[in-house]
Design a binder for this molecule. Structure first.
Ligand code: GDP
Ligand code: IMO
Ligand code: MG
Length: 427
């Protein structure tokens, strides 16, 4: 098993950072393949506690080359901040490589993300306002600027000239906002270019070389499957594909090179931002989970919406990712609850369905059908072996495994690296 894609299987924040940090100890290459600094991947290990937004969560593994793939959109100022922070904490970033094909977040992307959200008002997506949607839109519209262009100031100025003229028309005529100065943006991005130049490289050859040596490669997803622009709760989605398939595109390797796909699920559900979430709890239990688990966004600090595990959503996630193994996280959060529920189907307009509808309007009308189980009401945070878990916790895990139709590799019982039960070896 040399190439594993780690995928967020729900609405993001499943614990991908923790899982990648753990698996990276045995990897030679780790590639972040999608999203941008909308992601917030928490890693807690002997170096401290980190909320990574762009740098791959494998950066703490001295032996691993860490690549920010072509599928990521990079805000250079945020990346530089992150590198400085890691350096300050004694973490070497020498092994970081940035794909020269990765697109950059520009000042107008940040402005437009905010302006577009305000214009949507009641229909707002609830984005992280990091400029992600506008940057991916520009990539497809062939108006993007790529990391490689930072290395050639002449090219950078020429492209910026054309693009800023165009963006200024939109900013002033559509939104009556102030104009951006070409000189200021150019000077600022030249500084970023000077700082980031040592890291910017063509990355497909590096990955091909690693593959030819049969090295262990981890592809680190961002966001979650239900935020995918095709299969998620569109239009309440992000703008790049968090799916396993996105791993090939966003890293630059072929599908035949992927050996396994690890789906990371919380044992319940959370969502941050707007859009339907059929099992959302608006009651005391929802608040209890939020406070117990400190369910607040790593990137924006917004409270996460909390709810029961949603099997119809999980089955969609399994169908479109083809998971070969699971990491189930945050089992310990349920330790205090006397009763647990799992949504196994929905009631939609009087009919029972077990499918996750593609239409947001239908999803909003879906009522969860629950199966109830007793809680175990004892701490699991110190447990290292599956058969040492309370029997009711074992039953809960086994039920999720059955519903997702995929074997569990890892169970996480706390945020630290070592608070993990390895049920089946990953590699
Ligand atoms: P990511 O975006 O998928 O990497 O997830 P985030 O880092 O945004 O959010 C996951 C949160 O859960 C972080 O605060 C982690 O430290 C924490 N976490 C991960 N696994 C566990 C676990 O098993 N138990 C608890 N209590 N917290 C966990
Ligand atoms: P990680 O990698 C959770 C959500 C936003 C919003 C929607 C669109 O930490 O799991 P965007 O800024 O991408 O245009 O916002 O997507 N979102 C996330 N939610 N975890 C994330 O990343 C997210 N990245 C984006 O809240 O609903
Ligand atoms: Mg997160």
């Amino acid at each position: 098993m040399s190439v594993i894609v780690v995928v967020g299987a729900q609405w993001g924040d499943e614990g991908k950072g923790k899982v990648v940090d753990l698996l990276a100890e045995r990897a030679q290459v780790v590639v972040r393949f999608s999203g941008g600094d909308n992601a917030g991947h928490t890693v807690i290990n002997p170096y401290g506690k980190f909320g990574l937004h762009l740098v791959p969560s494998g950066i703490f593994s001295a032996g691993a080359t860490c690549i920010i793939g072509n599928g990521v959109v990079i805000n250079p100022s945020k990346l530089i901040e992150e590198l400085d922070e890691l350096n300050k904490c004694g973490v070497s970033v020498d092994q970081l490589i940035i794909s020269d094909r990765a697109h950059l977040i520009m000042p107008y992307h940040l402005l437009l993300d905010g302006l577009e959200e305000e214009r949507r008002a009641g229909e707002a997506v609830g984005t992280t306002r990091r400029g992600i949607g506008p940057a991916f839109a520009d990539k497809v519209a062939r108006l993007g600027i790529r990391a490689g262009e930072l290395l050639d100031k002449k090219v950078l100025r020429k492209r910026l000239h054309f693009i800023i003229d165009y963006k200024n028309i939109i900013l002033s005529k559509v939104y009556e906002a102030s104009l951006l100065s070409l000189d200021e943006v150019y000077t600022q991005y030249c500084h970023y270019g000077e700082r980031l130049a040592p890291y910017i490289k063509e990355t497909t050859v590096i990955l091909a070389e690693a593959l030819s040596r049969d090295q262990r490669i981890l592809l680190e997803g961002a966001q979650g499957t239900l935020l995918d622009p095709d299969f998620g709760t569109y239009p309440y989605t992000t703008s790049s594909s968090p799916l396993a398939g996105g791993g090939c595109l966003g890293a630059g390797i072929g599908p035949t090179n992927i050996d396994s796909v690890m789906g990371v699920f919380k044992v319940y559900c959370t969502r941050v931002g707007n859009g339907p979430m059929p099992t959302e709890l608006h009651d005391k239990t929802g608040n209890l989970i939020r406070e117990q688990a400190h369910e607040y966004g790593t990137t924006t600090g917004r409270p996460r919406r909390c709810g029961w595990f949603d099997a119809p959503a999980a089955r969609l996630s399994q169908r479109i990712n083809g998971f070969t193994g699971l990491a189930l996280t945050r089992l310990d959060v349920l330790d205090i609850l006397p009763n647990l529920k799992i949504c196994t189907a929905y009631k939609l307009d009087g009919k029972t369905i077990d499918n996750f509808p593609s239409s947001v309007a239908e999803l909003e009308r879906c009522q969860p059908v629950y199966e109830e189980m007793d809680g175990w009401q004892t701490s699991t945070t110190h447990i290292k072996k599956f058969d040492r878990l309370p029997p009711k916790a074992q039953q809960y895990i086994t039920r999720l495994e059955e519903l997702i139709a995929c074997p569990v590799n890892l169970i996480s019982v706390g945020s630290a690296r070592e608070q993990t039960i390895e049920v089946r070896p990953v590699w």
